[in-house]
Ligand binder design. Sequence first.
Ligand code: TA6
Length: 301
Amino acid sequence: VTFSDDNSRVVAELPTGESVEVLLYGATVISWKDASGNEKLWLSDAAKLDGSKAVRGGIPVVFPVFGTAPTHPQTKDLPQHGFARTSRWEFLGKSTSESTADNNTSANNEPTVKLDFGLSSGSPGLDPLAHAHWPFRFNLIYSVTLNPSSLTTSIVATNDGAEPFECQVLMHTYLRVNDITAIEIHGLSNASYTDKVDAGAAKTQTTTPLTITGETDRVYAPVEEAVTVAEQGRPKYRVTRDNLSNVVVWNPWTDKAQSIADFEPKDGFKKMLCVEPGAVGSWQAVEAGDAFEGAQTITLL
Ligand code: TA6
């Protein structure tokens, strides 16, 4: 594990060559490379990495609200997608397990590195909007775990106060693809979804696999446990979830990309697909002293 020279990010590389880079701002994973150095996440050329605004790309952490919730008393005054992605998190440390031959079996444990990040109501780097508009005592632990075949990001949100709070959690993953028009998304058959490009209409996914032919912004409640992204018929990513009942599929396409200032290049929508595991279909109530936990694993196929 190495730190950047300006202490703004943490880089970890496995003995086998895979690497991950996490910006302390937002605990945003901004790079995930395989052993050959191939980047698996999409990052806008205009992404701000100086803490001036949420990162356009990588894996922004969405908490305590997905989107905006104008009729939800606790979170109605928060900015879109909450304040976790616009706060400076603390690096809590790393743990590794090298590949070791286990004498009892021939199985080798894969080399693994886990990076832990923390954000709480007492953090100096907490976005001031949190104090102003979400005055709950909370603690977040966000873990990024890399091994040769996968990346796992998990979050534990603990209520340290006496008042219960409600939250939503989502990992806003920008997967890198070569050509969005060659992408098929499997694992959503028969899933209900709300279609945010059709006034939030409630629909069911009957055509499978899902292909992306225009602006797509859907909050699915999958019935299958894995979402698989294939490119030119070959499986590329498998996304599995732990305690996250929703998957958002988003691609801005031409016009929306044009309207997003930090989305560059403007035709970059052809090279990305957001597959975003989250608990966003309803509010997760967290009682005093309790915690909400959720995780995603992206496996390279
Ligand atoms: O995850 C999909 C979405 O909610 C879209 O509606 C779009 O707003 C996207 O997130 C990006 O939001 P952002 O606040 O990062 O510009």
